[in-house]
Design a binder for this molecule. Structure first.
Ligand code: 5GP
Length: 189
């Protein structure tokens, strides 16, 4: 049998983009995979072996990032998700954060890693972290794939994948009106 060669992540990303109005690829699929592997190792190294680590993914935007990230964390963890929304089909924030789903599992005494796709105004994490802290975790750390680095944020992520430009980004879980989430790369529209 002859071995079949797999297409590279960037080849897949290009085919996913066919005919779609993406202006510019900002983070290639390969660059994202490399950074996600680094983040996974850093997260694993940050907690003592006895820590009860719960990775909590903020839906929907983090779904692809967190699926890749948890597979790169070389230590025991548990997983759940939380759903909140501040954006409708518009490109600007409504300023309101709606909590749509909270896990039933106890957070008490656990090391919780909240995984977010992108920090923009910081309002989402500012609203969510008190709700999570009220459940008594031993620690609450935030891992964001992208950070737009606006000044004056009340809450900063412990881990950031990339400092993002001040543009509207899509792909790798991020949408515009529910489109583009499936792209393996991240681009600007
Ligand atoms: P924040 O509350 O920090 O202003 O915004 C966080 C949420 O806004 C993110 O979880 C994401 O859903 C959305 N968001 C912020 N900037 C962008 C962007 O450039 N692209 C997309 N697709 N969503 C964004």
């Amino acid at each position: 049998m002859t071995p079949t060669s797999q297409p590279s992540p960037d080849t897949v990303a290009r085919s996913q983009l066919a005919g779609q109005p993406l202006l510019r690829v900002i983070y290639s699929a390969a660059a994202i995979q490399k950074r996600v592997s680094e983040l996974g190792r850093e997260i694993a190294a940050a907690y003592p072996p006895e820590a009860d680590v719960l990775v909590l993914a903020l839906m929907k935007g983090s779904f692809i990032f967190v699926a890749d990230l948890v597979r790169k964390i070389p230590r025991p963890i548990q997983f759940d998700f939380i759903a909140a929304g501040s954006y409708g089909d518009q490109r600007s924030s409504s300023g309101e954060v709606k909590l749509l789903y909270m896990p039933e599992k106890s957070l008490a005494g656990r090391s919780v890693v909240l995984v977010e796709d992108i920090v923009d105004s910081g309002l989402t994490i500012e609203r969510l972290t008190p709700l999570l802290r009220a459940r008594g975790p031993a620690r609450l750390d935030i891992c964001a794939l992208l950070h737009k680095r606006r000044p004056g944020l009340a809450e900063e992520p412990r881990w950031v994948g990339f400092d993002a430009p001040d543009e509207y980004l899509v792909g790798y879980g991020l949408d515009y009106a529910e489109e583009f989430r499936h792209l393996s790369c991240i681009g600007s529209i």
